[in-house]
Write a protein that binds this ligand. Structure first.
Ligand SMILES: [Fe+2]
Length: 171
């Protein structure tokens, strides 16, 4: 197994240029994905793939903006995989790893028919960050928890972060 996580992170910061929001977003999703992955008992290989996918999950945004004038989820899913291929090829990553990362990037805004544990974890990690960054309210947080979240750690994190009672009384 190669150890390309830090190299992928440098490539990601390069592609996002000075866009600190995107870079910080990726690092937050990476951290949540790691925590949920550990709680789910992923083996080292699966965790490694998830590390790469979470760092690179939004890597299609600059190209989506360039080509489609929009960073909508479907355009990110469309443009991201070839950018991640380019990065991981440059790092001489294994074909199987590249393929799984490509799949995860191509489906990270697809919330129906989530069958792979890595896909589930990436979606949950991204929501834990987006619920905050997008200032989504309690109703949306509850709906995401009830309809999309499945892992025990993801559910606990979402509940404590976005649905705790103190927050309710403050609103
Ligand atoms: Fe994201």
């Amino acid at each position: 197994m190669k150890q390309n996580v830090s190299a992928a992170m440098l490539e990601m910061t390069n592609i996002f240029g000075g866009d600190l929001h995107q870079i910080n977003h990726a690092m937050k999703v990476y951290a949540f994905a790691r925590i949920i992955g550990q709680a789910q008992g992923l083996d080292e290989y699966q965790q490694y793939i998830l590390d790469l996918a979470s760092i690179l999950h939004d890597i299609g945004i600059p190209r989506a903006l360039q080509v489609h004038g929009s960073a909508a989820g479907n355009f990110q899913e469309q443009e991201g995989p070839s950018v991640s291929d380019q990065i991981l090829n440059g790092l001489e990553e294994d074909g199987e790893v590249m393929e799984t990362v490509r799949f995860l990037i191509a489906h990270h805004h697809t919330y129906t028919n989530i069958v792979s544990p890595l896909h589930q974890i990436l979606v949950e990690a991204d929501f834990l960050v987006n619920l905050d960054e997008g200032n989504m309210g309690r109703l949306q947080a509850a709906s995401v928890r009830d309809n999309i979240f499945k892992t025990s750690m993801g559910i606990q994190l979402l509940t404590r972060m976005f649905l705790n009672e103190e927050k309710e009384s403050a609103q």
